[in-house]
Design a binder for this molecule. Sequence first.
Ligand code: ADP
Length: 411
Amino acid sequence: MKILVLNAGSSSQKSCLYEIADEALPTQAPKPVWEGKVNWTQDHGVAEIEVKTAIGATVENSISGESPEAHLAYMLNTLTDGATKVINQLSEIDLVGHRVVHGGQNYRESVVITEDVKKAIANLSNLAPEHNPAALAGIKAIENILGKVIQIAVFDTAFHRTIPDAAAIYPGPYEWVEQGIRRYGFHGISHQYCSGRAAQILGKDLASLRLITCHLGNGCSLAAIKNSRSIDTTMGFTPLEGLMMGSRSGSIDPGILIHLLRYCNYSVEKLNDVLNKASGLRGISGVSSDMRQVRKAIAQNNTRAQLAWDMYVHRLCSNIGAMLASLGGLDALVFTAGVGENSPGIRQAACDAFGFLGLKIDQEKNQQQPVDEDIATPDSAVRVLVIHTQEDWAIAQQCWQLQQNSNLLDF
Ligand code: ADP
């Protein structure tokens, strides 16, 4: 079975093609046979296209003019043409899976995309303005380019549907609950994938484990997972809540917002920009939203960069503590995404804070770029895993499972 995955960002569309046997899913993520990316640069209308295949063929091109859909069509044509050809016709693609950031309260599982689903994704755009419209554009482009292929929406919010009301509802007036103002949580595809992979690495039944998964990328969130389900998470109604992030503030006193609006001449747009783009590591360090740059600046005795690091660690630890309370204990702490997978210093600092639980990491293993590995010492009371998140593969898996359960291709 050939499954094409599309992962839309605010200024990019990443895509990959998996070939999976019809009978069974592989136990570990296979390499996609083809990967493509369109990046829309600041220059209006310029698309940078990069394509590579599993056997190392590549295509790179910049296209100016034309529509984003034409750019996507160009990228998809490299599946059937030229050096990166991996299939004869686009009609060989059986299913197309899309990452959709916000599924609201109604979409609690992956679903086949219908007119109603498209309307719902569009209606939820004001809750995920950077992402839902981009996913919708991808869905419409595939309809036009591939015709009648089955498309599936895999929602980032779906994994968190099991969070109990006591953890999901905000203590405002009760009308908020009726208006759908509640914790949805994000990065669900990654948290779910990492929980399954953690059970695999530990050789344990996922249902028997209490896990905290730390997704630390540009956006950062934690999930508390018990009985295979998300029972708490740090992101909320929007992806702004919770941890300090690359350029997002995470949780702050809501009174600050009232103060800025009332006394400092902030408009709603300015508030939005500051909280999303000029805060977090970037705002405090003044250097960058990228942890690597912050580290470099610390090595040059930049005190604001040091403060940004210390705050990031403090907030990471205090939020891990909150997840710990929701779980009532911990079998494994999991680190994933750009910072989680690549920063031994952040892992060490977070683990040091939980030494009192009997959690100990092997300092050598921590330094040796672990991938899908347990880096706790043998006598540690809690396992510590570093897992390479594979969101695209998780989307392909969910498409494959939906097809198995509903025989989509028989219609
Ligand atoms: P996204 O959240 O956009 O998917 P990633 O998960 O790829 O992003 O994470 C990107 C971030 O990972 C970068 O901004 C950078 O801060 C961090 N990162 C990547 N490599 C390293 C590294 N070697 N050390 C520390 N941080 C890293």
